[in-house]
Design a protein around this ligand. Sequence first.
Ligand SMILES: [Zn+2]
Length: 673
Amino acid sequence: MQFVSMIDQETIQRIMDAARIEEVIGDFVSLKKRGANHIGCCPFHNEKTPSFYVSPSKGIFKCFGCGEAGDVVSFLKKHEHFTYPEALRWLAKKYNIEIQEEEQTQEQKERQNERDALFHLSEFAQQYFADLLYNDEMGRAVGLSYFHGRGLSDEIIKRFGLGYCLDEWTNFTDHARKNGYSDTILEKTGLTIFKDPESQTPNSELRRKAYDRFRGRVMFPIYSISGRVLGFSGRVLSSEKQAAKYVNSPDSDIYNKSRILYGLFQARSAISKADKCYLVEGNIDVISMHQSGVENTVASCGTSLTTEQIRLIKRYTPNVTVLYDGDSAGIKAALRAVNLLFAEGMHVRCVLFPDGEDPDSYAQKNGSTALQEYLATHEDNFLIFKTRVLLDGVKNDPIRKAELVKDTVATIALVPDLIERTEYIAQCAHLLDVPEEALASELSKAINQNRLKAYEEEKKTTTQEKPDNPVNPEFPATPNPEPRTSNPELPTDPSERHLIQLLLNYGNHTIDFPVTAEDGSQQYDTYSLAELVVNELQADELSFTDPLCQQVYQYYCDAIDRGEAPDASRFITIDDEALRSFAISLMLDTYRISDTWRQKQVFVPSLEDNLQSDLTETILTFKMKCVDGRIADNARSFREAKTEEDIDRLLAEKKQLVDLRRQIGLMLHRVIN
Ligand SMILES: [Zn+2]
């Protein structure tokens, strides 16, 4: 879909001006303010301590763990698999900026790639089903009255995009076909089921028979974190049929049920705010909790809880409270989830509803306030609760008790925090009536086993390294055709790194540079910092040994040669991943370093305060490093020199270099003191 041409440049600029990176990323990751930056746990790799930095003033993000970096659009592209225009449209919607888009032609619809088509059709279906719920006679009589009967208000019905699929064989399929959606896409989303004709009688149609998967069901659209429709869950209403109570969309290119939580789109900011997430069993429970004012609630729909789903929650909070029905099936389902939750380092609590009640029925019977009170007063430690429940089933059977002890220890071993573990051991020893030392020694065995397993898994994954990215053709080849440093975060020399940092962060800052005029008077000429650096380095024909530093420097040289003001922000969006990640880390690094110092309570004047002396010092240090390099080269040549002529020449050169070094040293001394 070529939307690029459909959004004009002016609108794009308005969108980019309005978009605040910390707000946008904050929709997907819980961020905390630290100094000038916001930090959180990276959504692109699994981590326990945050190394994901967002700089609001620069509009960039960077993960110091996995290297992922970019601006607000590249975040959305990477995280939500948006195309560029999709990201823009999403931002426009978020910031209420109107985009005038042309109506799509049939041809454009066919050209759009399949993934786009899946998204498009899902959205189309959601709107159709929601429309039927209010504007169709059967929709109102059957669908809407069902939702109203379950106590849902019109406001909450609209908030969750609920709908109804008519109880006819091909009503939806016909409507979608009429609007230009192909059978292939209808089948891939699972909205339509196709069956081969049963017998090949002369009268049988050649065309496969199609019918609506969700016919006669109320529809719960399933949203991505950013609010796109990915699939559906449909609940049957008539009790006569032998049909399954709930039917879900099959997995597709856009819908993977093990990576989606029902209600997360509507719940995410409440979870972040409350620093807690309630986990319930069904869609209706989620909606009912939201309607009762407990908006930090989600459900794993159609699957038992998966690790991917837990990690989704963990982006917003480490605190999970599992709510479950008082019946034994509910307890069993909840108990299955507990080990997974502990293994991800979550703090798990639970609330058990009275027998035969679930959050929905409880709220309906007793009202919102009573539900909130019940939740607040009935929270229990999940591990202790689990042990107590299982102990009930053990009675006096010594073999089953031994199994329970083992099972309990295995769960405690998953808790990452030592103090928490010790606490659990004490409580469980008491509950199980087993000496604490016995439990503790079982525990250390279990922990060692887990570590061994983790170590082996890590060994497996680290052997699969990522291939190098091709160098951006916009950049000339580096003079040293060395392979890139394996870790682009740590180039070889700190003065190289610092000089590039100054270029990227302050390249266009002007500095008044003292010059002596012809009549001997002191004057000041104004230069940009980038001009000063390039002039100084080019005069001595110096270059960088680190290939990434050299690439950035080369860009600044070229820009200044062309008489243009260099633009550091080009590195934020550059395709070359290694270069982008490197440049962005240097743009953020100034803040990161001072953060560390601030924690240690050392006063650091900001870089900007001393820009000129910092620049002079850095250039001198860089030159010193280059001279040292040449002295080392000289010594090497000296050892290999064959003729007297060579020796004389090398000695003279050495004297010059040592002199130069001394001069630079003196200047450096003057700057520092
Ligand atoms: Zn990362």
